[in-house]
Design a protein around this ligand. Structure first.
Ligand code: AMP
Ligand code: MG
Length: 492
């Protein structure tokens, strides 16, 4: 392995605070170099915000860092240890195909992890080759950047580099490495690992690290570990509400995929819902629908209960008291979620004020949408259109809907704010474009099969401004019948 960028033209400003934790939290690991790395896509605006020099990022030195062929200055990459409940079952996991390069300190003084995904096997790889295919890495790039543009906390995608090697899945596929940026990769599963496989001192060390990194404002609290629990609960309640409001289905809400920062992480089997139906599932392995759209809020609570359990030794010396504190905290989650959801739904319907009957109004609409197979995104967006008859939404032509619409209009007319301001607000609360599954697949196919990146670039451009009506209606189109049922996959 060679060292790159001796003179640091690239703009690395790296610290390695995670590597200063006890050794049980990670394993140092040289990435396995790849044959012929080639930059496929680089996120210039993200790079700029990180303080990196865009002009130097296509250089051989930079590309070899993104490929795992060179280290950044004196740093040593590492694989993080973590455990997690996968579909309800506890397992020891850890980065099986990812490596933390270090933490970039941005010009604003923020600290973010730079992580390679698809960089080869590690000590924590169970099965699997430690590699990733180009299609899925581009898919993570598209999905995570779309989420960011929607205003939803998420890990970001900095670059995708093709490795020039093939990997074996069902067929041979071109390999690639994604460089992921996250406010950290600390997960509920990191705490489960600490609680189950390290000492109480190390659990405390991890909790202190998480507080210092994400919630320094609670440092002086009387019971800072309880405050940490409360913070994570509230961030996750906020995050999952935002998913629900845009129809995002994560697909694999295992506890190792739940961040302490409250960012969305792990874009394997995720997808956006078209027709509104709480039972919607895309992931090929989620046969029971554990992570179906409508179950996400409840699963969020289940995952937070696992976080609370992991923290018990720190919450109080008396175990019974600690359990009581943990339970009390976790019970706040459904209330927070419900309040957030109501607030968000009111915004989607242009309701500035709060009335008791609002929830019934909202649920009646959702019920009708489900019965009439109405598209979630387009229906909400169209409601902000003064001429509903101009839209092609079948639901709007039913008598049931007319009754509902009258009630909604009556409710809007009771507000001080004008109808126009309600509609304006709705346009800011209901995206016009989401990464539609068939469009994402089309973009990936053009890229991977035909080496044509234009389709993806155009899609990314539209997705970067999701609250703006797109000039091209194709971006709001529903999948053609020939697209069939959509399936997504983990570990691709
Ligand atoms: P995920 O479904 O991405 O949350 O991954 C669950 C676990 O499987 C993590 O420990 C991953 O690092 C590991 N993993 C996923 N894909 C691979 C792969 N191709 N090779 C090795 N480990 C993998
Ligand atoms: Mg994961």
């Amino acid at each position: 392995m060679t060292k790159s960028n001796e003179r640091n033209e690239i703009g690395w400003n790296i610290d390695t605070s995670y590597a200063r934790l006890s050794h049980s939290f990670f394993t140092e690991q040289e990435p396995n170099p790849v044959e012929s790395p080639k930059m496929i896509i680089l996120n210039s605006s993200l790079a700029q915000s990180l303080g990196l020099n865009i002009g130097s990022l296509h250089s051989e030195g930079a590309v070899s860092v993104f490929a795992g062929n060179a280290k950044i200055e004196e740093t040593m990459p590492l694989a993080q240890a973590y455990a997690g409940h996968q579909f309800g079952h506890f397992n020891m996991l850890g980065d099986g195909r990812a490596l933390l390069l270090g933490e970039q300190i941005t010009p604003k003084g923020e600290r973010v992890d730079l992580q390679l995904k698809g960089s080869g096997r590690t000590k924590y790889s169970r099965g699997g080759d430690g590699r990733a295919a180009l299609g899925p890495m581009l898919r993570e790039y598209i999905m995570s950047e779309a989420m960011h543009a929607l205003g939803i906390p998420t890990t970001r995608s900095l670059a995708v580099v093709a490795t020039g090697e093939h990997i074996i899945r069902e067929t041979e596929l071109p390999g690639a490495i994604l460089t992921r940026v996250a406010s950290s990769h600390l997960r509920v599963g990191t705490f489960e690992y600490a609680a189950n496989f390290t000492t109480i001192e190390q659990l405390k060390e991890l909790a202190d690290y998480a507080i210092n990194r994400h919630y320094p404002e609670i440092e002086a609290d009387e019971n800072k570990y309880l405050s940490l629990l409360n913070k994570v609960i509230s961030r996750q309640a906020e995050l999952i509400t935002r998913w629900q409001l845009v129809g995002f289905i994560h697909g694999v809400m295992n506890t190792d995929n739940v961040t302490i920062s409250g960012e969305t992480i792990d874009y394997g089997p995720c997808a956006f819902m078209n027709e509104y139906d709480p039972a919607t599932v895309f992931s090929s392995i989620d046969v029971q629908g554990r992570y179906a759209y409508g179950n996400q809020p409840k699963i969020g609570g289940w995952n937070l209960a696992r976080f609370a359990e992991a923290l018990i030794p720190l919450l109080n010396e008396n175990e019974e008291k600690a359990l009581e504190l943990a339970q009390e905290a976790v019970l706040e989650y459904p209330k927070m979620y419900h309040a957030n959801w109501l607030t968000g739904m009111r915004a989607k319907l242009g309701l500035f004020t709060e009335e008791e009957q609002d929830e019934v109004l909202i649920n009646n609409l959702l019920e009708m949408m489900k019965n009439h197979h109405a598209d979630y995104t387009n229906t909400f967006r169209a409601l902000a259109n003064e001429k509903l008859e101009d839209t092609n939404i079948h639901l709007f032509r039913t008598s049931e809907f007319t009754t509902w619409h009258n009630k909604w209009q009556e409710r809007l007319s009771k507000q001080e704010e004008s109808l126009t301001s309600s509609y304006e607000w709705m346009k800011k609360s209901n995206p016009a474009v989401i990464p539609r599954n068939h469009l994402v697949e089309e973009a990936l196919e053009a890229a991977v099969e035909n080496d044509n990146y234009r389709v993806m670039e155009n899609l990314l451009e539209v997705l970067s401004n999701p609250y703006k009506d797109s000039a091209e209606s194709i971006y709001c189109s529903l999948p053609p019948e020939s697209f069939g049922p959509y399936r997504t996959y983990c570990g691709t």
